[in-house]
Design a protein around this ligand. Structure first.
Ligand code: AMP
Length: 416
């Protein structure tokens, strides 16, 4: 039988990686918490319909990338491919539209998409996300953008770039969609077959195509940004003004497209030029229509999600941090096992970090292990009432009564 490996497109978070993730999480907690965002956690799987309605039937996510299964009782469930629709479901389910608005959430969870795995693209990946539900103000959009910029800055993400745009309202988009569809039909010869096949399903994605001929054709296509209604133009101008006031650099990119249907008005994305093909670090925008698509009351909202793995790939590797060990408890003889165990347990209760020999090493081997761990002190427990305490920094060794070992460490170490 062969050794079992993790499924394709997944990875283990090993202890060294977990430490970096914990740093990211604590930055998110601090930055988002200071702006009134509170943590939410939703189930790993949801009714399939939530994503079909929330993310959009025509999107790649819903059409090709969802892990959908029957729960055995005839209900279709899906491993969450994104976090916004679940947060909106929870908001409605718990009647949070009756709370003072907006209600602000953040999350850090894993998500699932059946994509072709490559560097920075996985089938199970982690996102940190923030949502401000119940505010139509441009300040909400600008606040969210600034908070993500701060998080990326705190993680020292290299070469970040911000692009923003506005999608206007559904009415503007519907009229524009017709105009764009007519343009695409009239220029079929200059478009890739995949784009032609999706003209009716999702014409906006034509701007997203990698094919050079399609890109050339699309350079002459009408832009939604030029068709926005006056109040949407004003909303977008206000968002930009707030970003300008904060001196946050951005580019207005009228061809910005994101792979999810629910966006209205503000749309934004952070990329890092330090990443390869998968350069998107995080993005989001306003989704004023989503709550109604989920049968809720009209509720303006805005949010973003950023990929944890992408942030870590674009951030410098920190020096490997060693776990602090105040005390290593060694045994001079096997019979000292119970006394050694008791000493380690008591040391932890006293607030010290303490490790016990657990691999049956010789005394010499135990001292070597203590050294490898970087232990500050080693207590050698033998078959007498006295314990030998070795200061690994100075090399001094003293014989002490059992009950005086921990006080001696507390006195001698920086803990006191
Ligand atoms: P999205 O939900 O598609 O807007 O994605 C938001 C962010 O999540 C992206 O900018 C990426 O950083 C990250 N992301 C999306 N899909 C994946 C994936 N398959 N693997 C790793 N990160 C991803």
């Amino acid at each position: 039988m062969s050794v079992i490996q993790a499924p394709r497109g997944t990875f283990d978070v090993l202890p060294a990686d977990a430490a970096r993730r914990a740093v990211l999480q604590s930055h998110a907690e601090r930055i988002l918490g200071a702006a009134g965002y509170r943590r939410i956690e939703t189930p790993t799987f949801e009714p399939t319909e939530l994503f079909a309605r929330g993310v959009g039937e025509a999107t790649d996510i819903v059409q090709k990338e969802m892990y959908t299964f029957d729960d055995g009782g005839g209900r279709s469930l899906t491993l969450r491919p994104e976090g916004t629709a679940p947060v909106c479901r929870a908001y409605l389910e718990h009647g949070m539209h009756k709370l003072p608005q907006p209600v602000k959430f953040w999350y850090l969870s894993s998500f699932f998409r059946a994509e072709a795995p490559q560097r920075g693209r996985y089938r199970q990946f982690w996102q940190v996300g923030a949502e401000a539900i119940g505010s139509a103000e441009p300040e909400a959009d600008a606040e969210l953008i600034i908070l993500l910029a701060e998080l990326l800055d705190a993680m020292a993400v290299k070469e970040p770039r911000l692009r923003i745009s506005s999608l206007g309202t559904p009415a503007t988009r519907a009229a524009y969609r017709e105009e764009l569809t007519a343009f695409l039909r009239a220029h079929k010869d200059g478009l890739s077959p995949e784009v032609v096949a999706r003209i009716d399903l999702n014409p906006l994605r034509a701007f997203d195509a990698d094919d050079p001929r399609t890109r050339e054709t699309m350079a002459g296509a009408p832009l939604l940004l030029e068709r926005l209604a006056a109040d949407d133009v004003e909303h977008f101008a206000q968002v930009r003004e707030l970003l300008d006031d904060q001196e946050l650099a951005y580019e207005v990119d009228p061809t910005l497209v994101r792979g999810i249907d629910y966006y209205t008005r503000t749309l934004f994305e952070f990329t890092s030029d330090a990443l390869g093909a998968q350069s998107a670090v995080g993005g989001g925008g306003r989704y004023d229509e989503l709550m109604q698509q989920l049968s809720g009351p009209p509720t303006p909202a805005s949010g973003w999600a950023a990929g944890i793995e992408r942030i870590l790939l674009a951030a410098p590797e920190p020096p490997v941090a060693r776990l602090a060990v105040d005390l290593f408890v060694a045994r001079a003889v096997p019979e000292a096992g119970r006394a050694a165990f008791a000493l380690a347990a008591e040391a932890r209760r006293a607030g010290l970090s303490a490790q016990l020999e657990l691999a049956g090493r010789s005394l010499k081997g135990q001292l070597k292990q203590a050294d490898r761990l970087g232990a500050r002190y080693v207590a050698i427990v033998g078959d007498t009432a006295l314990i030998s305490l070795k200061d690994m920094e100075s090399g001094d060794q003293r014989e002490l009564e059992t009950q005086t070992v921990i006080p001696a460490i507390l006195r001698g170490s920086r803990l006191v």
